[in-house]
Design a protein. Structure first.
Length: 206
């Protein structure tokens, strides 16, 4: 069983449990005010294990499963068993790091809450794009564009929606998770820069 599948099972199980246990949900959710004033820093991690609803959960787990397995294979091919540790760090640190800007912005706001593994899944997705930027990624099996184009559009969309702040979704986490995935992958496997450039050498949009 792959580490990716284990992460999907754990995250899905905890999310479903939290839906039926409001006390658990309250203890796990990311509330920057509580983190700062009560030193409950575990919420940086536990908030990534819970989701708002089935749509939120299924979308994140779909991205994690589809692209996580590919990134997991690359890291294990390069580093052996240690690669599994590197891969898990990519996901977990992606969740943590992507929430830091939100924490700094809302640490005195008791009413702000956030949840979901979006920062971690964004890190995984953008790590995958570095390894195979020209590969078509399909949205709902219909809109298919090269991964590098989706990446650019995703970042532009996250920045725009983060400024609007009108849909109760932490788009800042999407943005910072994406950027973290790029930086982390380059740091642990610098050769990916040459792989990325080589893939784009003969890239054609149409």
């Amino acid at each position: 069983m792959s580490i990716t599948l284990i992460l999907v099972i754990i995250t899905s199980g905890v999310s479903i449990m939290a839906w039926n246990n409001q006390s658990m949900l309250a203890k796990f959710i990311f509330n920057p005010y509580t983190v700062f004033h009560n030193n409950e820093y575990h919420r940086f991690i536990t908030s990534g294990l819970i989701h708002a609803n089935w749509t939120h959960l299924l979308f994140n787990m779909f991205v994690l499963y589809m692209f996580g397995q590919q990134v997991e294979r690359v890291f294990t091919y390069v580093y052996g068993d240690i690669g599994l540790v590197v891969y898990v760090l990519l996901f977990v640190l992606g969740i943590i790091v992507s929430d830091i800007p939100t924490f700094l912005k809302n640490k005195h706001n008791p009413h702000y809450n956030a949840l979901g593994a979006s920062g971690g899944t964004a890190s995984i997705l953008f790590s995958y794009i570095l390894f195979d930027p020209a590969q078509d990624l399909c949205l709902y099996g219909l809109l298919c564009f090269p991964g590098v184009l989706w990446g650019v559009l995703y970042i532009i969309y996250s920045v725009y929606m983060g400024k609007r702040q009108g849909d109760n979704i932490n788009h800042d986490a999407h943005l910072w998770g994406s950027l973290f995935g790029i930086v982390f992958t380059i740091l642990v496997y610098p050769e990916v820069i040459f792989i990325f450039l080589e893939q784009l050498k003969n890239f054609k949009l149409f």
